[in-house]
Ligand binder design. Sequence first.
Ligand SMILES: Cc1cc2nc3c(=O)[nH]c(=O)nc-3n(C[C@H](O)[C@H](O)[C@H](O)COP(=O)(O)OP(=O)(O)OC[C@H]3O[C@@H](n4cnc5c(N)ncnc54)[C@H](O)[C@@H]3O)c2cc1C
Length: 510
Amino acid sequence: MSPKPIKRKQVDEAGTAHKIQKSQPFKETELSSNILKDVEEARRKCAESVSEFNFIEKRARLISSSKDISKNCKGIVYWMSRDQRVQDNWALLYAQKVALAVGCPLYVCFCLVPKFLDATIRHYQFILKGLQEVEKECVSLNIGFHLLLGEAYKVLPNFIKKNQIGAVVVDFSPLRVPLKWVNDVKQMLPSEIVFWQVDAHNIVPCWEASEKLEYGARTIRRKIHDKLSTYMTEFPPVICHPHPCLKSQPVDWKAAEASLLVDQSVKEVKWATPGTKEGLKMLFNFCNIRLKNFSDSRNDPTKNSLSNLSPWIHFGQISVQRCVLTVKQFRNKYSKSVDAYIEEAVVRRELADNFCFFNPKYDQVEGAYDWAKTSLKLHAKDKREYIYNKEQFEKGQTHDPLWNAAQFQMVREGKMHGFLRMYWAKKILEWSKSPEEALEIAIYLNDKYELDGRDPNGYVGCMWSICGIHDQGWAERPVFGKIRYMNYQGCKRKFDVDAFIRKYPVKEKA
Ligand SMILES: Cc1cc2nc3c(=O)[nH]c(=O)nc-3n(C[C@H](O)[C@H](O)[C@H](O)COP(=O)(O)OP(=O)(O)OC[C@H]3O[C@@H](n4cnc5c(N)ncnc54)[C@H](O)[C@@H]3O)c2cc1C
């Protein structure tokens, strides 16, 4: 795949990040759709199919006691959960590899639960619209797509029985609820069903990157970089499956939406169109417009230098490995930015998965390091200059116009700038009754409004800001103890705070 840098003027017509942040819909252009063709070509060049590809077996772990597929097997299921895409998906590729070897049909099942943590209709619409693209792609590839309504342990075993499925492949999330889903399904599956889990989200699978809870970026960085040369390969294509499955009814998407029991008040955002194709176009835009400034101005919330890809990454509609493969092609031009992107998207992101996987208290003060817990406790009774409750925070009613503007950005656009997320969470610590309440409020708001919320990155981001996770102790001060402090004056030195505040006024511009 050859990178095709394009002219600035052409790119502006395709919709810059600045326009995107003003909530304008992303327009399809011939230029941005080139990335779709380039990526397809790269997969074709890699291998004809996953059968001819040297699949790294360590991406998969066997979680059933049985490892041999029954002779009566009439199909293989990929239980799609965290990674909601067809191509560039190691879990689906693994399922197809097995189905091709056995010579049987291949199915993708997604189990739609009516409620998930603090997700709202904003998030569910992103999921449902992305899955509609998945359904179309599966149909075109002779792969059965089934949206099962309800918790997996209740609906998946029936599907498996009815279709005489011999093996199930599920993707991986280190969060408690999805881990429990997998465990519950495991308990319900007949013992002869082979059950694998494939980490399709991380480049280096979470269980391969490290076998223990890492202290911070400095302890995991080398481990990840040492393994990247093995795992950072091109993807073979998911091909048109030669063993067709029985014809099924198309998904009733209206019924699926009607089954939801979620908050309908948090509206969809306009700048981020769900689905893999749109994610790839955003990637193209990032590489051609914003990447060159990523290393120098990614901490300036008034500049458009970020990838903006986290919603698609969070829902698995785009693979981080694809993002990194594409970004790396620009190394000759913007080496510092490429390295900075890899540090964030690979090292920091995989570190977050490591934290949640090895620390079941990943979203509680109790899950912090001892030095931080001791220090926060020592300062628990310190006088707070301001105290706000959850509702005041949610409505952006603090005395700090920068904090309120950041909150409005998140509520309206579903994505707060990365630098401000740190300031935002640290101020919640400063202005809450206790660190426990601060963490609870930060996670609640993050999960409710951020499109990329309910993610290991989110829990770790809140824990880093409030509980010093992956950080060190700093000079002691009131309320924060040894937790790193951030203030308004510091923000003023870094960027044009007033310009940012003007952009997110109390009342949304019509
Ligand atoms: C309080 C707080 C809450 C956060 N909540 C979330 C969340 O809910 N979901 C989420 O995905 N990220 C979260 N982050 C991490 C980070 O702010 C976002 O990943 C980033 O702003 C997403 O925007 P982007 O895709 O434009 O990122 P870019 O700056 O372009 O970075 C590229 C990619 O690197 C990864 N990344 C960037 N920063 C971090 C980080 N600090 N830790 C781990 N991975 C990172 C993301 O996958 C991101 O898409 C949070 C950080 C903090 C401090």
